[in-house]
Design a protein around this ligand. Structure first.
Ligand code: HPA
Ligand code: ZN
Length: 324
């Protein structure tokens, strides 16, 4: 099975580029930029990655991003992720970034997007890896701040295919961002949102109905509503499921408890993704390995999951045909 997973060309649709910042690079950047981090060694950093829920991760994740200052820093982080894509045979990736995590610290939008974009251009040139960029609004901040970010992004519209919604889900429901998503849609952006990671079924339904999203990030709580399950199946709305993340953030107790096989068997359009691989112990292939080690996934299931990612990617029909 491992050989099959390795050999299959894959697409990734749920990856936060800030979540690909490995401890080693975090140390290097903290030295380069003279920014203090609360750890002495890489081992100490890894020991701190012991999460109890989404918020306990986010606190550490936003602190880690403080070392990112220059365009070169964003380039280096993105390039390291691209090397992992190469290793794992990920040939297309749609990456999230969180502009507000950086603009709030006084880093220019331009610095962030240009560093990421240049690394992705180089990935296409050197390895033929194709990519898209999706910017996420931080849902613990206000809709007004999301509007500011959307306005800033308009100058870089050519380089940003869509908008998403991430950060603390509970207490920050989709409705809070209804207007800004409406504007993003009018501007021609594709729409996605994290929903049903920790939040209940209503977060998924509202993301679909109020925000008009085209893909659901996570979405594993859908299992709690038969009506929603039927809708997701009928409309083949993609769910970008992140197994390692769900285990590390205690959405499920262990891999054997994960519901991905049930979701897939019901007929949903399920994909596998790594979310924040530097924090959740592994990149794309490791997510597949962990599933296969613990759940009765068949060879056909693996192929289906991989095909679903290409089917659900924001790429032209021509490129889809080429990849499928
Ligand atoms: N959920 C919400 N926000 C995030 C995540 C996640 O899994 N990863 C990075 N930001
Ligand atoms: Zn995520």
């Amino acid at each position: 099975m491992k050989d099959l997973i390795k050999a299959l060309p894959k697409a990734e649709l749920h990856l936060h580029i800030e979540g690909s910042l490995e401890p080693e690079l975090m140390f290097e950047l903290s030295k380069r930029n003279n920014i203090k981090i609360p750890y002495k060694t890489v081992e100490e950093v890894k020991a701190a990655y012991n999460f109890t829920n989404l918020q306990s991760f986010l606190d550490i994740y936003y602190a880690g991003a403080n070392v990112l200052i220059t365009k070169q820093d964003f380039y280096d982080m993105t390039w390291e992720y691209i090397l992992k894509c190469k290793e794992d045979n990920v040939i297309h990736t749609e990456i999230f970034f969180d502009p507000q995590t950086h603009t709030q610290r006084g880093i220019a939008f331009e610095t962030v997007i240009s560093g990421i974009k240049e690394a992705l251009d180089e990935a296409k040139k050197q390895f033929g890896i194709t990519s898209e960029i999706i910017m996420c609004f931080l849902r613990h901040l206000s809709q007004e701040e999301a509007f500011e970010t959307l306005n800033q992004s308009l100058a870089y519209k050519n380089n940003i295919i869509g908008v998403g919604l991430d950060s603390s889900e509970l207490g920050n429901p989709p409705k809070k961002f209804e207007e800004v998503f409406k504007k993003a849609k009018n501007e021609g952006f594709k729409l996605v949102a994290h929903a049903g990671e920790e939040g209940d079924v209503s977060y998924i339904e509202d993301a679909l109905d109020l925000l008009q999203i085209q893909r659901i990030d996570h979405g594993v709580q859908a299992i709690n509503s038969e009506t929603l399950m039927k809708r997701l199946k009928d409309e083949q709305i993609p769910l970008t499921v992140c197994p390692n993340s769900n285990i590390e953030l205690k959405v499920f107790e262990n891999y054997k408890e994960h519901n991905i096989k049930e979701l897939l068997d019901f007929g949903l359009n399920i994909t596998v993704n790594s979310d924040d691989p530097a924090y959740f112990k592994g990149y794309m292939n490791q997510n597949f390995y962990n599933l296969c080690d613990n759940l009765p996934l068949s060879k056909e299931d693996i192929i289906k999951l991989v095909k679903n990612s290409f089917k659900s990617a924001f790429i032209s029909d021509k490129l889809k045909e080429e990849y499928l």
